[in-house]
Design a protein around this ligand. Structure first.
Ligand code: HEC
Length: 257
């Protein structure tokens, strides 16, 4: 009996672990690595808004330029702000030690972040900052409690006021999903953007974040674009080869009755 109980506890452990790591409510986004324009816009947002603090050490500017159909010279001119060359990695000048002092936690490298957290988490995280005067940067985040990162996209989104507790927003999202069938009203209204404080409409802002996360997914797995391209050629080859093989078979068997 004792052994059985121990086995039961052991079996339940992974459940407890996954409950502790609960991601809460996440908004879904459909990644589209074939949308080059979106990836290009995402890269522009990334170098402009994120690389002040985050590096992408495993990504080279030139590789991204080529993969996303951009001229490397133009990328060097418009997307590199330091004295780096286009063939170099997307590193930054801020040292991890300084950053740790300033922010509490240093901003991690983001090359593989989309693989670590997943696109839905990133898409929700970047849209889930809200005003909270008790925090050092004046903001908190509904998927990352007491986050050490300021809301760098705030000027685009505007000031977000939260009307629910953190737990509620974490569990059900800030905007809520769908319509309550009984009252015919949106399921929750946990957050509102103060009018006139953001440069973009909520839809436009969502699109900026969508493009940014799309780019981060590309960055996490740059060879995926190659695999898709090669996959297409392989299918075309197999299709043509089928006819060749069929013709050959007919030729070989034509005298056999
Ligand atoms: C002013 C500096 C700064 C800028 C600019 C900045 N971040 Fe951050 N970011 C941080 C810090 C500091 C943390 C660590 C927060 C913590 O652990 O509490 C962080 C954490 C993150 C995390 C969570 C990492 C993890 O898995 O724990 C993500 C994702 C992220 N940032 C994405 C971005 C993106 C995308 C941009 C550009 C839109 C950006 N950041 C711009 C400072 C910054």
């Amino acid at each position: 009996m004792k052994k059985f109980l121990i086995a039961l506890v052991m079996a339940a452990l992974p459940l407890a672990a996954s409950a502790a790591g609960s991601k809460g409510h996440l908004d879904h986004m459909d990644v589209d690595l074939h949308n080059q324009a979106s990836l290009q816009r995402g890269m522009k947002t990334f170098v402009n808004y994120c690389m002040g603090c985050h590096s992408a050490e495993y990504q080279r500017y030139e590789r991204a330029a080529v993969d996303l159909g951009m001229n490397p010279e133009l990328v060097a001119e418009h997307m590199i702000f330091g004295d780096q060359k286009v063939g170099e990695q997307m590193t930054i000048a801020m040292s991890k030690a300084d950053a740790g002092k300033w922010f509490g936690n240093p901003p991690p490298d983001l090359t593989l972040e989309a693989r670590l957290r997943g696109p839905d988490w990133l898409y929700t995280y970047l849209r889930s900052f809200y005003a909270d005067d008790s925090r050092p940067w004046g903001v908190n985040n509904a998927v990352f409690k007491d986050v050490g990162m300021p809301n760098v996209l705030g000027p685009l989104q505007g000031v977000v006021t939260a009307n629910c507790s953190w737990d509620d927003m974490h569990a059900h999202g800030m905007r809520g999903e769908g319509i309550d069938p009984l009252t015919n009203t949106p399921l929750n209204n946990c957050a509102s953007v103060e009018k006139g404080t953001g440069e973009l409409s909520p839809e436009e802002f969502d699109k900026v974040v969508y493009d940014l996360v799309n780019f981060m997914v590309y960055m996490g797995e740059p060879s995926k674009l190659d695999s898709h391209r090669i996959g297409t050629y392989v299918l075309i080859f197999l299709f043509l080869f089928f006819f060749l093989a069929y013709a050959l078979k007919k030729e070989f068997w034509k005298d056999v009755h």
